[in-house]
Design a binder for this molecule. Structure first.
Ligand code: FAD
Ligand code: MG
Length: 355
């Protein structure tokens, strides 16, 4: 399939200020998802600093969605770095010691450490001191001096995160944040809540992290829109999936501007600065149950760039990907190619060489 004329796109992404962007994207996605689904039951909410939209079918759909929202609130209370009483805050406050952690946090830490090892540290939840220095998560945006970045970088080291059974901890001076992995975990956790209520068909959309449960009631696949990173509203393409996680990391999702320069929220743990790998967005498609891995992998590949990202996929597999570069290429892995629809004009579309 060819996507279009391939005009150069590098340079200024046509973005949108943070929250407004998320709302715009979500409403676009929501309508795209529901356009062919009359009689749908839905819930909207706000959690993990993002807009949440749930849909579900089945006799107990309403109860399933209420229970799912409650589960999401409980997960946020447990996993948020900004909540003083969360498990993550407990780890950070007790840096240098081990503290006991829940099975959920244990599972997220295991996945995080695996993706950190596999990506050579491109994914690293201990990048939090840098995330904080740039003002992300606290929303006090600033551009740190080179000296400050150099002073903070030694604290970024996933090899010093300890996970021993039900205990975990970081070395003194370190701190972690699960912003790049916990929404993926939550999507699967909410899908389990759906299953417990007998819901076999629905959508869990956590700020663009989509968990498609089963298929549409009529037996058709779900159609998930991937946002065009260059437009305020508009799709780069549509993905048709059944029972899958579709999780995107992009430079357009959270950022601020200073003196005409845009600084986004995905930090390269090597430089301590917003990553500049030439990718505008990475979407990972993975099976139900692999949401945390998919979320972490989207962030990892975004930092690694197109070539290293594809090498990662060839080495480790277990997921498919849609990678959009800053100069207008859309590269998809072969396992997902026959599920891509409606590639927007202007993208140079290609399928990556297989393993
Ligand atoms: P992703 O690419 O999945 O993640 C990017 C986020 O991960 C960054 O924002 C940063 O936090 C972290 N990160 C950056 N670079 C790396 C890297 N190389 N490796 C690993 N991690 C990296 N936001 C707020 O502003 N206030 C809140 O109170 C708040 N609470 C949250 C609570 C929870 C439980 C979660 C999951 C998120 C929360 N967030 C909050 C949002 C969070 O800070 C991120 O902005 C958001 O999760 C980004 O998701 P994403 O899919 O856009 O990008
Ligand atoms: Mg992520």
């Amino acid at each position: 399939m060819e996507g279009g004329g391939g005009r150069g796109r590098r340079g200024k992404l046509m973005g949108h200020p943070n929250r407004a962007a998320v709302f715009a994207c979500l409403f676009a996605c929501f309508f795209s998802l529901t356009a062919c689904a009359p009689g749908i039951t839905g819930r909207q909410g706000f959690a993990m600093d993002t807009v949440v939209s749930l849909t579900a079918y089945g006799k107990d759909a309403a109860a399933a969605m209420d229970a799912a929202l409650a589960e999401l609130a409980a997960l946020e209370a447990r996993l948020s770095v900004t909540r003083g009483d969360s498990e993550v805050a407990k780890i950070n406050e007790n840096a240098g010691e081990l503290v006991s952690v829940s099975p959920q946090l244990q599972s997220i830490l295991e996945t995080s450490l695996t993706v950190s090892r596999q990506s050579g540290g491109a994914f690293d939840i201990s990048v939090y001191p840098l995330v904080k220095a740039w003002g992300f998560t606290t929303e006090t945006y600033r551009v740190p001096e080179a000296e400050e970045i150099a002073e903070l970088l030694p604290a970024v080291d996933y090899t010093k995160i300890r996970l021993e059974g039900q205990s975990a901890g970081v070395a003194a001076g370190m701190a972690i944040d699960l912003g790049a992995v916990a929404k993926g975990y939550a999507g699967d956790a909410l899908a389990e809540v759906y299953a417990a209520h007998g819901v076999r068909s629905g959508i869990i959309n956590l700020g663009g992290n989509v968990r498609a449960v089963g298929e549409k009631p009529g037996g058709q696949p779900w159609r998930i829109a991937i946002q065009d990173p260059y437009k305020d509203a508009g799709n780069a393409c549509i993905l048709e999936v059944r029972d899958a996680n579709v999780i995107t990391s992009g430079a357009y999702q959270r950022y601020f501007e200073r003196d005409g320069v845009r600084y986004h929220h995905i930090i390269d743990p090597g430089s301590g600065r917003p990553s500049d790998s030439g990718l505008a967005s990475v979407t990972i498609v993975a099976a139900g149950g692999a949401g945390a891995m998919a979320d972490a992998t989207a962030t990892a590949l975004f930092v690694m760039g197109l070539d290293d990202g594809l090498a990662y996929w060839r080495n480790y597999g277990g997921f498919e990907a849609v990678l959009i570069t800053e100069d207008g290429a859309m590269v998809v892995t072969p396992g997902i190619a026959d599920q891509i629809r409606d590639v927007a004009a202007g993208f140079r579309y290609s399928v990556a060489d297989g393993k």
